[in-house]
Design a protein around this ligand. Sequence first.
Ligand code: SF4
Length: 279
Amino acid sequence: MKTILVGDITLAVKKLCMEACVILGEDVLQALERAYASEESPVGREILGRIIENAHIAKTENLPLCQDTGMAVLFLEIGQEVHFEGGSLTDAIHEGVRLGYRDGYLRKSVLHPITRINTGDNTPAVIHTEIVPGDGLKIIMAPKGFGSENMSRVVMFPPSAGMDGVKEFVVQRVEESGGNPCPPIVVGVGLGGTFEKAALLAKKALLRPLGTTNPDSLLAELESDLLDRINRLGIGPLGLGGRTTALAVHVNAYPTHIASIPCAVNIQCHSSRHREIEL
Ligand code: SF4
């Protein structure tokens, strides 16, 4: 049994918030550079160059990558041998978000859905936990901008829709989103499970490093087909035309009920931010 003090979790979450909103992952930068090298549209290339330059400035000057520093989404993989001490784990995470957004001078974007009154400190966060074997704790912080989040959808298809129906839906979702999610985007697809499981699968798919191949050959083929179709839409960087509409399509799948094909599409903008730590 390993003991982790919740105070250490607060400090870790604070640091993750401040870093995630400022530092773009190396995998995303490399994907943007590959897109810059291959983009045919002069305007598209210009935009990709500015996005890359913006990422370098953000990192060197410790400034947010985007004015929308998002709602804090946290994924915790908690080893079943871990014991937390010193208070509530949930409170500790929220305190970390509060401090990170305050001390990082990050925009507070969270409010009550009916009154629209801002909570003032970017809490509460959205927290997903998973119990895993061992005595480790992994925390992933993924600030989510809502220009792209708003373009996401879940559909419960009947089995008769088949994979053709699923593919059509994913491509159409990207087409209808146009420039709204700040392309080039990453498209997370969740297939199977239940209504809420599909959405979570899609969001988790966004965390996979760009440039990696899905270990499931069936899904890898689906990802490649979808990416090809999406990048033939001509939406391009920031919706101003070009071949680079998506940097990647990532699909996660889970068994489902005989009566359904749940399908979720979670769209991530080019500010594809997430940082992680293991305690
Ligand atoms: S969708 Fe992304 S890039 Fe666009 S404003 Fe929101 S956080 Fe920024």
